[in-house]
Design a protein around this ligand. Structure first.
Ligand code: PLP
Length: 287
């Protein structure tokens, strides 16, 4: 694998960063996970917009937009990949003095790309299971969960609470006990034909896929509600699904060992997933 590290491509063995890097020392950095279909990066502008907004809040200097776009594409092509997951990581860079972010002069930039063509078909045919975890969703960077920062401890603690062989996702409640999101995904469900999702107030990362799904639902003429909901609502819904860049829309058919809806992927989930796939084809020319 060729890794893009600070303006050049290096092998995995050569890809080393300083032990004084603020990303390593303090989780002071940002990342984006992007997906490429047919050699094109899907929703690239949206991902880079989210990154820029977060960087502004953290006062983290970013390389120019064009250079980010070029290095992402080059990493994909250097690795000979068409269908892939890319990860872009940016940290504040290095400096040996404790908590003097102002002394970090040059950020660290890493891009990796690995082949990825989607999760196994049975996951989509049967749906997956999730467990609601006891640790509440919070924003470890003290700013806002809309910052996709390297501080991932809260998500990791959630994942550690579940048996990952059995459950696909850990679901969080926010500090007030409302449904929030998964450790790596946003949550949706359908009740009385209305598409629901926890609002941004529930400490969620506002996923790029979540935005696209909300847009598609509006275009399909579906009623949509974003709000604050207790976890029990999940058990009287008709269908549910999770979203993120890698999974697209993944039917969620079991939560805490209980069946959601009919226990099978629901028609609205399938319809929205088809609309999502159409969007991918339009944007990337994927067959
Ligand atoms: N929520 C969390 C906590 C995530 O880490 C992610 C993605 O990794 C998402 C939601 C979904 O975001 P996106 O749709 O941009 O991949």
């Amino acid at each position: 694998m060729w890794i893009y590290l600070n303006d050049r491509f290096v092998s995995e063995k050569e890809a080393k960063i300083s032990v004084f890097d603020y990303g390593f020392l303090y989780g002071d950095g940002l990342f984006e996970t992007l997906r490429a279909y047919n050699g094109r990066i899907f929703a690239l502008t949206q991902h880079l917009n989210r990154l820029s907004e977060a960087a502004e809040r953290l006062r983290l200097p970013l390389p120019p937009r064009l250079s980010l776009e070029q290095s992402l594409h080059e990493t994909l092509h250097r690795n000979g990949l068409k269908n892939a997951i890319l990860r872009l990581t940016i940290t504040r860079g290095e400096n040996p003095i404790a908590l003097r972010p102002d002394l970090c002069k040059k950020g660290t930039q890493v891009i990796t790309a690995r082949p990825f063509s989607g999760h196994p078909a049975p996951f989509y045919e049967n749906g997956v299971s999730a467990t609601i975890v006891s640790i509440p969703r919070h924003s470890p960077d003290g700013k806002t969960p809309s910052i996709k920062s390297l501080n991932f401890l809260n998500n990791i603690l959630g994942k550690l609470e579940i048996n990952a062989e059995e459950h696909f996702e850990a679901l969080f409640l926010d500090a007030a006990g409302h449904l929030s999101e998964g450790a790596l995904s946003n949550l949706f469900w359908v009740k009385n034909g209305v598409l629901h999702t926890p609002s941004a107030q529930t400490a969620i990362l506002e996923g790029i896929t979540r935005h696209i799904v909300l847009d598609l639902a509006n275009k399909e003429g579906l009623a949509v509600e974003e709000g604050l909901y207790p976890p029990e609502v999940l058990f009287s819904t008709e269908e549910a699904f999770l979203t993120n860049t890698g999974i697209e829309l993944m039917p969620l058919t079991r939560v805490d060992g209980k069946t959601i809806g009919s226990g099978q992927p629901g028609p609205i989930t399938q319809k929205l997933h088809e609309a999502f796939r159409m969007r991918v084809v339009q944007e990337t020319g994927e067959e």
